[in-house]
Design a protein around this ligand. Structure first.
Ligand code: AMP
Length: 420
């Protein structure tokens, strides 16, 4: 793998995969430009080094067809402003060769949404998995995906992947395109490098004690991560909606609280695994319960396992918050994914706030803290603590898969020799 700081971009065309999948309002205005800002260090570095930039991204899920509302044309002006150069636009990402050839050093071209071609994702369209012809269609699509990636590759002398958000996908622009470059001419961008390093701190370069906090609504969607973390952490806090699956599994009364009844055995197994592996499993003891699922519902504090029939747990209670904070404040490595309650309701944010504040405190005392997943990031922003944690990940799914211990195709492809 080449290194973005050492690579000589002067006079070369770099094709750079970024994640410009930004939210737009109904008039096509960008409502949150975090992702554009995230890619700027890499893009600016290449331009300042005298390179020519071909920028490529997806937006939304157009499923292989042109759709005005997903056109990247809408963001050209914003990208130009952010980059400080007049960014050109290629309205068809697979027919941009002439425009690429016309680029001069220090100029940039943004390709239209890659996902207007089904080849980008490489999944056969209009055919179900149980169709006898599916396997043949899949094979045919893989070939088309490789051809499409070859077109993208032909635009550049080198390939830079700075789209961590899609690094867990083996798409034409995130992985297959890299097969066309030798390792001296492909590299990770700054954002990707930072993300990969942050994950490495959590998985391989752990300072102890290590406390992981997993929250959110369900245990089933987090089980892969919980199991992988079980071999690494000292303290594992499980909170949020999954609290009640654990409480019920242990014979508790949980009223109307959210619960996965088919995961009660799984919950007991997690408790058993934690004991066997010497992990301090922190499940909390009390909850803020509500008589309705809304912000203005009546609320009171109650033990997690004695919730009245018509009530439901919507947040962690004061005792739980104390035990969470203890396990967090003493830690030297911290991972947080998923809120401790229904943080969207302002009256049920206390548990998540206690976690966020404890993380900020531990970070001030020298811990490395990584916050990932849209909801925890939203929490940390809501509480104004974003600048008091070590790292906030931009990649939801990619981060979770990395923490599960899965290799990310986008990273693997950068490290492998040229095969096409
Ligand atoms: P996830 O997508 O699994 O990470 O879950 C995030 C969602 O979990 C957020 O929308 C929270 O509102 C929700 N959540 C957290 N705690 C609870 C709870 N006690 N009851 C219902 N939903 C919850």
């Amino acid at each position: 793998m080449a290194n973005i700081d050492k690579y000589s971009f002067a006079g070369k065309t770099a094709i750079v995969r970024v994640d410009f999948n930004v939210p737009l309002d109904e008039h096509g205005n960008i409502t949150d430009d975090t992702r554009i800002r995230g890619a700027l260090p890499t893009l600016k570095h290449i331009l300042q080094a005298g390179g020519k930039l071909v920028i490529m991204s997806h937006m939304g899920k157009p499923k292989g067809k042109f759709a005005e509302k997903y056109s990247l044309k809408q963001i050209v002006e914003a990208v130009s402003k952010a980059l400080g150069v007049n960014v050109q636009f290629a309205p068809d990402c697979a027919k941009a060769a002439d425009q690429v050839k016309g680029l001069k050093a220090g100029e940039a071209l943004l390709l239209e949404n890659l996902r207007f071609y089904a080849e980008e994702e490489g999944k056969p369209v209009g055919i179900e998995k149980d169709d006898p012809a599916y396997e043949a269609a899949k094979k045919e699509m893989k070939k088309r995906q490789s051809d499409f990636a070859g077109i993208l590759a032909s635009y550049g002398d080198c390939y830079v992947n700075d789209a961590f958000g899609t690094a867990h996908r083996k798409h034409a622009s995130t992985a297959v395109v890299a097969d066309f470059f030798d390792t001296d001419n492909k590299m990770l961008g700054y954002l990707m490098e930072k993300e990969v390093k942050a994950v490495d701190n959590i998985l391989n370069n752990i300072k102890r004690p290590f406390t992981a906090i997993m929250g959110g609504s369900k245990v089933s969607t987090k089980i892969g991560i919980i199991e992988n973390l079980m071999d690494k952490v000292d303290n594992l806090i499980l909170c949020g909606g999954m609290t009640y699956t654990f409480a019920k599994a242990q014979g508790g009364k949980i009223g109307k609280s959210i619960c996965e009844d088919d995961k009660l055995d799984l919950a007991l197994d997690i408790i058993k695994q934690a004991k066997e592996k010497g992990v301090n499993l922190v499940l909390g003891s009390d909850a803020i319960i509500a008589d309705d699922f809304n912000n203005n519902a009546n609320q009171k504090v109650c033990a997690n396992n004695a919730i009245p029939d018509d009530w439901q747990g919507l947040d962690a209670g004061p005792e739980s918050r104390k035990t969470f904070a203890q396990a967090i404040e003493g830690a030297k490595t911290i991972l947080w994914n998923g809120p401790a309650g229904v943080f969207e309701f302002d009256n049920f944010t206390g548990g998540s706030r206690a976690i966020a504040e404890a993380i900020a405190k531990a970070t001030a005392n020298g811990a490395f803290s990584l916050i990932g997943g849209g909801d925890s990031v939203a929490c940390i922003n809501k509480f104004g603590l974003a600048d008091q944690v070590s790292y906030i990940s931009t990649g939801g799914g990619a981060l979770l898969e990395a923490i599960e211990g899965k290799e990310l195709p986008g990273v693997v492809a950068i490290n492998q020799p040229k095969t096409k």
